[in-house]
Design a binder for this molecule. Sequence first.
Ligand SMILES: *[C@@H]1O[C@H](CO)[C@@H](O)[C@H](O)[C@H]1NC(C)=O
Ligand SMILES: *[C@@H]1O[C@H](CO)[C@@H](O)[C@H](O)[C@H]1NC(C)=O
Ligand SMILES: *[C@@H]1O[C@H](CO)[C@@H](O)[C@H](O)[C@H]1NC(C)=O
Length: 366
Amino acid sequence: MGCSKWRAAFNFGHLKVQSKLSVFFTMILLFTYLFYCLNGYCDSLPRPVYNQQTDPHNKITFNDEQDKSSPERRGAHNASPASVVREQLSDLSRSDAPSNNISIDNTFGSKKFPQAIIIGVKKGGTRALLEFLRIHPDVRAVGAEPHFFDRFYDKGLEWYRNLMPRTLEGQITMEKTPSYFITKEAPRRVYTMSRHTKLIVVVRDPVTRAVSDYTQTLSKSPGLPSFQNLAFRNATTGLIDTSWSAVRIGIYAKHLENWLRYFPLSSFLFVSGERLVTDPAGEMGRVQDFLGLKRVVTDKHFYFNQTKGFPCLKKPEGSSRPRCLGKSKGRLHPQIPSGVLLRLRDFYRPFNLKFYQMTSHDFGWD
Ligand SMILES: *[C@@H]1O[C@H](CO)[C@@H](O)[C@H](O)[C@H]1NC(C)=O
Ligand SMILES: *[C@@H]1O[C@H](CO)[C@@H](O)[C@H](O)[C@H]1NC(C)=O
Ligand SMILES: *[C@@H]1O[C@H](CO)[C@@H](O)[C@H](O)[C@H]1NC(C)=O
């Protein structure tokens, strides 16, 4: 509007009085315009939005801490550089609309149900897997564990969908909640959402998994009875207490049986927690193939920290410290008699063999 007034001022320039009046009015208009601008009333320029943050809970460790905090408070965010750029691009194209009422919220894309879920297992390396996957520009994932199919199912599917990050065409929505794998109702519930859901299970030697699980609990409650006290129902006879969750979770064949009632084997990908450490790029290749993604996450994203003995992610964008797999420092490491571990290994052997048979995959735990 200022422009047309300027032109008017020049057009009528040959008439002195009118000219002076025009300049006067133009100045008034300009000042008014500037005044409103400075007060932020003319928000007609597009503003890229940066409400992506780095989730402080996304430490890459094998310590899949149970997320007790509400998933509503913890946002769903995943900022891979490419997706941020795309978000901004879509934001800019939207602002072409001749409107002064531009929403500053992220309104690109839409929230979809996850097409793929990491359903287990606790202490298997699920957090690491999700962090590795998030490097991929076509993967967007919830930061916290939603626990929808085990704890919050009564909140309804729309509540669940709302937790999801927005995705663009071609992007995959993901979440991970390791307790789904051992939840009786979870297979039916996931099936009800979509029978095409891709299911990823990160498994690890059930004996080392149990010890790792116990170690994590011990670090939170130091007064915990010893591992062998909890593992045996009767130490004399060596009867294993299968009701103890640290033991029960590792009976993979039983839990898988429950899932196979609803989903065919082709719906699953079993990721080796051990190989995720020894060959992260190789295992990530399998995962990307399974998800129908281009192999973007490759060995150039990882380096091996000799001191730590674990692979690390090359500096993720927006993060100053490297993210590595491996145990948290300062965690108590209980001494467990080797006889106890041997007994536990014997206990798991038939279940492991059954699991290899069911998945046609020898994980080499024996
Ligand atoms: C501006 O946006 C608000 C909230 O989305 C809406 O209620 C209002 O009607 C919009 N105004 C115009 C002029 O579009
Ligand atoms: C453990 O088993 C032994 C041998 O069967 C039995 O004598 C003992 O009572 C059992 N202990 C417990 C606590 O059940
Ligand atoms: C390797 O790990 C050690 C021990 O955790 C750490 O102090 C060091 O900074 C790491 N180095 C690199 C390059 O990540």
